[in-house]
Design a protein around this ligand. Structure first.
Ligand SMILES: NC(=O)c1ccc[n+]([C@@H]2O[C@H](COP(=O)([O-])OP(=O)(O)OC[C@H]3O[C@@H](n4cnc5c(N)ncnc54)[C@H](O)[C@@H]3O)[C@@H](O)[C@H]2O)c1
Length: 362
């Protein structure tokens, strides 16, 4: 069986991971591509032997042969394109973040519920080998109740520029680009508790540091050293209704000695480090034990994780299985991300009331 037809919309850097993973999925046919930069769409169509190159979005959504779309465009288009795809009866894998605002995210959720199609959000770290191994331990109760987590993704020099550095199109800087992944992975492993309050800070102290010489970093295709409207550092303390808390910091630029990636969880019976390398900490016979799982990938394995993400999405669509990164999780993440930005802007704690409306108190 290989008649699940997919179209990839937005054919920039991350689209290669979607193309490759769909190609490796036994059920899927890479049916079409679309990008408003026609050359980019053509290049990927040639690279992956895809016959159909659409000339506009109406043509994509009007094609009844397409079963699902991957949306790999700028962040500010995710919600709108997801809604259009759902209304056209397509399943959707949308790259993170789901939207730029909570209101948009809720609107997508309403349409997803009404149309009864799958919407999966690109929380690819959920499919990493290290995450899946740790999740098994957590589900079996080895960590007990997780009451604290700490996540850092600090780049000393890593503002990609281009649309990533344009708040209108990206929605923000390292928080919405990198923070979305590490907040999601902690929240997911903590058991997806409801957010209760957020205290956040954002800083624009260093800019994009385009003055730095002799140290290379990834630059978007449309990099312009003079254009940057996003924060360079964000941090936050997120507290959940079950009393657990998550401390996070993320940067595009920072006077740090080196880049840093860390994800740690602490529970009543044990703890764990997911990044930079999976390790589990426990206690037996009054002795602290550090466990080192013997697996191929102790750190995030991007290719395998992407394949897992795509396989899981296709299975959800074909076999009516609950998505492993469902729309409601995308909405909850938007509440957290927007809550951090709001707290930073208003310089106060943001509280979430029971009906999930954001309100502020001093
Ligand atoms: N899951 C991950 O780990 C991961 C990694 C990188 C990027 N991403 C996400 O993937 C998305 C794309 O990032 P990228 O690095 O590939 O960016 P990119 O700039 O390399 O590619 C984006 C492409 O989308 C096209 N595009 C933008 N709006 C469009 C629209 N309305 N219709 C058609 N085409 C449109 C652009 O022309 C461009 O070719 C972003 O949302 C980003 O957050 C996810």
């Amino acid at each position: 069986m290989s008649n699940f037809n997919v179209c990839v919309i937005g054919t920039g850097s991350i689209s290669d991971m979607h193309f490759k993973s769909y190609q490796n999925n036994q059920h899927t046919t890479l049916y079409g591509v679309y990008d408003f930069e026609a050359d980019r769409a053509m290049e990927k169509a040639n690279k992956y032997s895809i016959k159909k190159i659409y000339k506009d979005l109406d043509e994509v959504f009007g094609d009844e042969n397409i079963d699902a779309v991957s949306i790999c465009t700028w962040n500010n288009t995710h919600a709108e394109l997801t809604i259009k795809a759902l209304e056209a009866d397509k399943h959707v894998l949308v790259e993170k973040p789901l939207s730029l605002t909570v209101e948009e995210a809720v609107r997508v959720e309403e349409v997803a519920n009404r149309t009864n199609k799958v919407v999966q959000v690109g929380f690819v770290r959920r499919f990493g080998t290290n995450t899946q191994v740790l999740k098994t331990f957590i589900d079996e109760g080895k960590l007990g109740q997780i009451y604290y987590a700490k996540a850092s993704c600090l780049r000393r020099l890593g503002n990609p520029g281009g649309w990533f550095a344009d708040k209108e199109r990206s929605g923000g800087g390292p928080l919405i680009d990198l923070g979305v992944h590490i907040i999601d992975i902690c929240w997911y492993l903590m058991g997806r508790p409801k957010v209760k309050s957020i205290l956040g800070n954002t800083y624009k102290q260093l800019g994009n540091r385009s003055n730095i010489n002799n140290l290379s970093f990834y630059k978007a295709a449309d990099y312009d050293k003079d254009k940057n409207t996003v924060e360079d550092l964000a941090n936050a303390l997120i507290t959940f209704e079950n009393g657990a808390s998550l401390m996070v910091d993320v940067s595009f630029t920072l006077h740090a000695k080196e880049d840093e990636m860390g994800v740690k969880l602490f529970g009543t019976k044990g703890g764990a480090e997911l990044e930079p390398n999976l390790a589990i900490v426990t206690e037996e016979y009054d002795t602290i034990i550090n466990l080192q799982p013997q697996i191929d990938y102790l750190s995030f394995d991007f290719d395998n994780a992407f394949q897992g993400e795509i396989n899981s999405f296709v299975e959800s669509c074909l076999f009516d299985k609950k998505s492993a990164a469902p729309i409601e999780d995308g909405v909850e993440l938007m509440k957290i991300l927007c809550g951090i930005y709001e707290s930073a802007e208003k310089e106060c704690e943001v509280l979430f009331s029971l009906d999930d409306k954001i309100k502020n108190i001093k």
